[in-house]
Design a protein around this ligand. Structure first.
Ligand SMILES: *Cc1c(COP(=O)(O)O)cnc(C)c1O
Length: 424
C-alpha cells in the first residue's frame, strides 16, 4: 500500500496538515493574463521572489540615497561587512563552517577562480573528470582551463558516462575510471545534483574515492543548495560552488556561493587571483601595504560586492533560517514522492521518469522523458498553466519546491499533464 492516495481530498488534507504551508504566502506566485495563479514547477531554474525581497533592497537604496558613501559604515546594514551577514546562514545551509564559505561573483566565475587554485596540472597529471551530462557552462569552463594550461581539451577531459542506453551514473563506473586513469587526473568536478536527471551524488563517497587516487575534488552544488541537505565540510571536498537564483530564490543572475575546505584556509601557498577584497580587512584601506591575505574562503574575494544583490540573498536566507532546511527536505521528499506516485498512476508509456526512484538519490526535481518528443507537449503544458522546463532532446524537468509549492499544485499539475497527453 502506498502512503499516497488518488483524488483531491488527499492533497488538500496534506496541505492542511503541512506546518510549512504558510510559506507559500511569503512568495509572489506568477499569474496568467487573466490573473489566475500559474502552477510553478521551475524553482530549479529560477526560484520565485520572496515578498520581503523588495523591502530588503529598498533599505539599501534608502541608505544609499540618504548617506552616500557613508553607507559603507553607517547604513543600517553597513556595506563594508555586508557579505558577512550572509555567511552564517549560508554556511549552515550547505553544511559548512563559516570560515569555509563566502558569497561572491557568479557561479561560473567562481568555478574558474577555484580552478586557478585547485587545478594545478603537471605533465603527467593534468586531466579533468566530469559527468558526461555536466551542465554546459561547467564543461566549457573546464575545457577552457585545459586550453589555458596548454593541453588539448579533448584529450584532457574524462567523462563519467552512464551505461549504454541508460541515463543514471553508477559509482562502479567511476571506480573503474579512476582505477584506469586516476594517476592522470588532476581534478574531479561533479554536479552534486545533476541538472538534467536530478540524480544526487554522495559527495563524501566521491571525495574519498578521488583523494585515494591523489585527485583534487570539487562540486557544483547549483542544484543542491537549498534543495537537499548538503554536508560540505564532512564530505571533505576541496571546494564547491553554487548559485543563489535557483532553489535559493535570490533573483536572476544574483551572486554565487563558494566553499573552500577548512584545511586550505591558511594555506598562503595556494596559487590564486587576488584583489583588494582578499586583503586583510584591518589594513585594506591603508592602500599601501604589502599584500596580506585573508584566511578562509573570504581570501578568494576580489572586489567590493553588489549590495543590492546581497540584500536579495539576505531576504531569502532569512526565510530558509526560519523554515529550517531539515523540515524543508522532509516535506520535499513527501511532495516529490507524491508527484512520482501520481505520474506512475497515469500508466502512460509515452512518459518515463528518469530521476532515481530512491528518495535519498534525488532532490525535489523529477525529470520526465517523453517518447518521440518534440517540444509540443511542453508548449501545451505551458498553455494549460504549468510552468516547467524543457531540456533537449526529450525531457521535461519539474521541481515541486517545498517552500512555495503545495500538494494541490502537484495534483493539478498531473491532472493537466493527463489532459494534454489524452488530447494528443
Ligand atoms: C545553473 C547552472 C550554471 C549557470 O552558471 P552561471 O554562471 O550562474 O550562469 C552552471 N552550472 C550548473 C551546474 C548550473 O546548474
Amino acid at each position: 500500500m502506498s502512503e499516497y492516495q488518488l483524488g483531491l481530498d488527499y492533497p488538500r488534507s496534506q496541505d492542511q496538515q503541512d506546518e510549512l504551508a504558510q510559506y507559500r504566502n511569503r512568495f509572489h506566485l506568477p499569474k496568467d493574463e487573466k490573473g489566475n495563479e500559474l502552477i510553478y514547477f521551475c524553482g530549479n531554474s529560477l526560484g520565485l521572489q520572496p515578498r520581503s525581497t523588495k523591502s530588503y533592497i529598498d533599505q539599501e537604496l534608502e541608505d544609499w540615497a540618504n548617506l552616500g558613501v557613508e553607507g559603507h559604515l553607517e547604513a543600517k546594514n553597513p556595506w563594508l561587512p555586508y557579505h558577512e551577514f550572509l555567511t552564517e546562514s549560508m554556511s549552515k545551509l550547505v553544511g559548512a563552517k563559516p570560515i569555509e564559505v563566502v558569497v561572491m561573483n557568479t557561479l561560473t566565475a567562481n568555478l574558474h577562480f577555484m580552478m586557478v587554485s585547485f587545478y594545478q596540472p603537471t605533465a603527467k597529471r593534468y586531466k579533468i573528470l566530469i559527468e558526461s551530462d555536466a551542465f554546459p557552462s561547467d564543461k566549457y569552463a573546464v575545457e577552457s582551463q585545459l586550453r589555458h594550461h596548454g593541453f588539448d581539451d579533448k584529450d584532457g577531459l574524462i567523462l563519467w558516462k552512464p551505461p549504454e542506453g541508460e541515463e543514471l551514473l553508477k559509482y562502479e563506473d567511476l571506480e573503474a575510471l579512476l582505477d584506469r586513469s586516476g594517476h592522470e587526473i588532476a581534478l574531479i568536478l561533479i554536479g552534486n545534483v545533476n541538472y538534467y536527471t536530478g540524480q544526487y551524488f554522495d559527495m563524501k563517497r566521491i571525495t574519498a574515492l578521488g583523494h585515494r587516487y591523489g585527485c583534487v575534488v570539487g562540486f557544483d552544488c547549483a542544484h543542491g543548495a537549498g534543495n537537499v541537505q548538503l554536508n560540505l565540510h564532512d564530505s571533505n571536498a576541496d571546494f564547491a560552488i553554487w548559485c543563489s537564483y535557483k532553489y535559493l530564490n535570490s533573483g536572476p543572475g544574483s551572486l554565487a556561493g563558494c566553499f573552500v575546505h577548512e584545511r586550505h584556509a591558511h594555506n598562503r601557498d595556494l596559487n590564486r587571483f587576488t584583489g583588494w577584497w582578499s586583503h586583510n580587512k584591518e589594513t585594506r584601506f591603508n592602500m599601501r601595504h604589502e599584500f596580506d591575505l585573508l584566511p578562509g574562503a573570504e581570501g578568494w574575494q576580489l572586489s567590493n560586492p553588489p549590495i543590492l544583490s546581497m540584500a536579495a540573498i539576505k531576504a531569502s536566507l532569512d526565510i530558509f533560517n526560519e523554515a529550517g532546511i531539515e523540515k524543508l527536505c522532509k516535506k520535499s521528499k513527501k511532495l516529490t514522492g507524491y508527484f512520482e506516485f501520481l505520474l506512475n498512476q497515469l500508466n502512460d508509456d509515452r512518459i518515463r521518469i528518469i530521476t532515481p526512484e530512491n528518495p535519498d538519490e534525488r532532490g525535489c526535481q523529477l525529470s520526465i522523458q517523453v517518447k518521440n518528443a518534440d517540444k509540443q507537449l511542453h508548449n501545451e503544458l505551458t498553455l494549460a498553466g504549468v510552468i516547467s522546463d524543457w531540456r533537449e532532446p526529450d525531457v521535461i524537468r519539474c521541481a515541486p519546491v517545498p517552500l512555495y509549492n503545495s500538494f494541490e499544485d502537484v495534483f493539478q499539475m498531473v491532472e493537466r499533464l493527463k489532459n494534454v497527453l489524452n488530447a494528443s
